[in-house]
Design a protein around this ligand. Sequence first.
Ligand SMILES: [Zn+2]
Length: 241
Amino acid sequence: MTGYRENQLIHIEPIEAFQDNYIWLIHNNKKSIVVDPGDANPVIETLARKSLGLIAILITHHHADHIGGVRELQKKYPNIKTFAPYKDKYDFVNKSLKNGDEINIPELQINYKIIEIPGHTQGHIAYYDMNNLFCGDTLFACGCGKIFDGTHEQMYDSLRKISALPKKTKIYCAHEYTKKNIAFALSLKPDDMNLKLRREFTSHLKITVPSTLDEELKTNPFLNCHSLEAFKKLRDLKDQF
Ligand SMILES: [Zn+2]
């Protein structure tokens, strides 16, 4: 999970939190950013173990398992910047972001473009650097997020937006749901070769993400709905699975 960017080696690693959350850690062996720190403790422990400074927090949406650690991290690292979607209200200091905004992290030489992807929540955003997409609880490996305070229409449109990104885009979602999602997809298409291969490949892995958009387009049933009605039906079926 490494990549060269502007002659700098950037690492992207998951920090495991709660039952199945991933807090993404982006770093250059000196400075770091975290995405959706639902819990401060595993972040503080990881930063100490790797001797990393923290310069920014990126928030995708307002759920507690994505923001629960922010205030503690802001207290411990008083100079960090926190970015969050403008449609949500937060009880911590943040710079609010809307579709099309760009943020620059000069210490890591990274720029993120903000893509609004509502559906799971009204305000949900993703951070995109032309190679990697941090998409919170919108697109999962072989699945998609539940509809909470957003709508099916919004989620359907958001998934179409993501589908239009370059196929090589790495998809960094916020939960390890892949095996269950593949089981659901196979219940609909038991003979699908790509799905069987994906099940086989992931069966040996504890951490199955990131995936690529290409992989998702081939296997994710929610990216292969060609109407809003079909999407609604599929989301309902998954909710009952
Ligand atoms: Zn959520």
